[in-house]
Design a protein around this ligand. Sequence first.
Ligand code: D5M
Ligand code: FE
Ligand code: ZN
Length: 558
Amino acid sequence: MPDSTPVRVVRELARRGYNAERDAVTLIADSPDPDAAVERVVDDAGDDALTLTAADVRDALGDGPRTSARSADAASTDGGATARAPETGGDADDAARRGSTREPAANDDERGGASDANALDTPARGGTTRNGDHADPMDQVDATGRADATSTGRDGRSPTPPEVAGDVTGHSTGAGEYGDFVTVFRDRYERLSKKLRGRVNHRPTEALDAMPDGSDAAIVGMVNDVRSTASGHWLVELEDTNGTFPALIMKDRDWADVVDELLLDEVIAIEGTLADDGGILFADSVHFPDVPRTYRPSTADRHVQAALVSDVHVGSQEFAGDRWDAFADWLHAPEADAVEYLLIGGDMVEGVGVYPDQDEELDIVDVYEQYRAFSERLKDVPGDMEIIMIPGNHDAVRLAEPQPGFDENLRDIMSAHDARIVGNPATVTVEGVDVLMYHGVSLDEVIAEHGDESVSYDAPHNAMAQLLKKRHVAPQYGGRMRVAPEEKDYLVIDDIPDVFHTGHVHKLGIGAYHNVTLINSGSWQEQTAFQQSVNIDPDVGTAPILDLDTLDVTVRKF
Ligand code: D5M
Ligand code: FE
Ligand code: ZN
């Protein structure tokens, strides 16, 4: 085999239906005759083996662990995998304990700290945008361009299985009846109003009428209606569990443009003064459930990275297979040694019947065949990486959110890589870092409704920040958003995540909001006819790489 032996080994194994750990690939590539070694290893592997381990290869080749010294020699530029020390169960246990013993945040507002990164950073390809810590993109190249002998690989540790929270999978109860909607909205109101009640002097709407004219008062409610008055002021009607009450936002207030941000059904508080003749509250301030500016995210306690991708769209004629190949090859390279996790934020496949005339652009027309093809793509990913995936609106699960994870049938099809399959949304804790994964359909709505240009397809992270501010991944019900009523509102962002990962809009967006890292991960689908018709120029083949120990982000382009 030529120079890029490890890459070829991966291909040859994948062609025979096997996925392999990076150590296994290295052992084969380093053997005197890699082609023959592939054959021997495959012959030796059981029919039900899916991922070949280094031990399988040693057994098949009758070799000792002769590559164990090679990680110190990672400077070799063969572009292939680097040998790593064998995994040990003890380390995994240690890491699992670390993951679960992170400081409990009884009241998330108490996790405050020093820095106040108010600004939403702008995306910078190839550079970090984390809190301004590394404002110069070149810092980042230095920080992560570690394809050299100093790379220590994984210190013999292995990815820790993530913990999952807030996932509807297996818990769906809603029958879609009227009463279920009442329940879910009540739950949303209770949980979000709790976050606001401590901050304002809240009065139930029914008590307001009885208060003396001119009193100071505050209402915590769901936005029921927003309309402009004849004189250009804004009337915002809030609803709580007792009724509704109107608040007037005067157009000449310097904060009046907060109205641009409001979405129907979100929970806010308005403080103000009751009018002399009662019946209306003159607003002095508006509060969102929000994330405190002083929020301090948790980080991993070792150098380890995660690749965050989404919108693979296998089965579409526009699926960028060559770019995916390049990405998968890179994951096998020494440079990607620390990349132990792959998070996929939905739209694994193109699906069928998602949008009108979509069938004209399908490369694979059967949705199960699409998942089989996707599963083949996963086999190119190093077998020892931990993969976590949620569904999106193109996937074969119910469209209404929260979406449960893939069913048994689809799991079987995708079993080659034993990925962790969870619902949309879900919070996964990797190495102590809470990552809120949400596909992102509501971003279309937030971008369409927001009155300010800063929230646009070119800056999807600014739309993500809006979701964090509202502490809900899909605040506005109806319109483009379909919501399945469950006994609780899984779409409320109860606990503040350390990282928020979305996709869907096919545009790269990296930023931070009150120290929460925001990553919208782009796509693996070239521009479709529809996107061309509405001037969406997608970011294709982009893989943001997140340092779990520093939360710095580097964007790789393939
Ligand atoms: O959506 C990718 C992006 O393109 C997302 O912002 C929605 C938008 N999109 C794509 N196709 C359509 C159609 N036919 N109608 C409306 N909006 C569309 P994705 O779900 O990944 O295809
Ligand atoms: Fe998509
Ligand atoms: Zn989508």
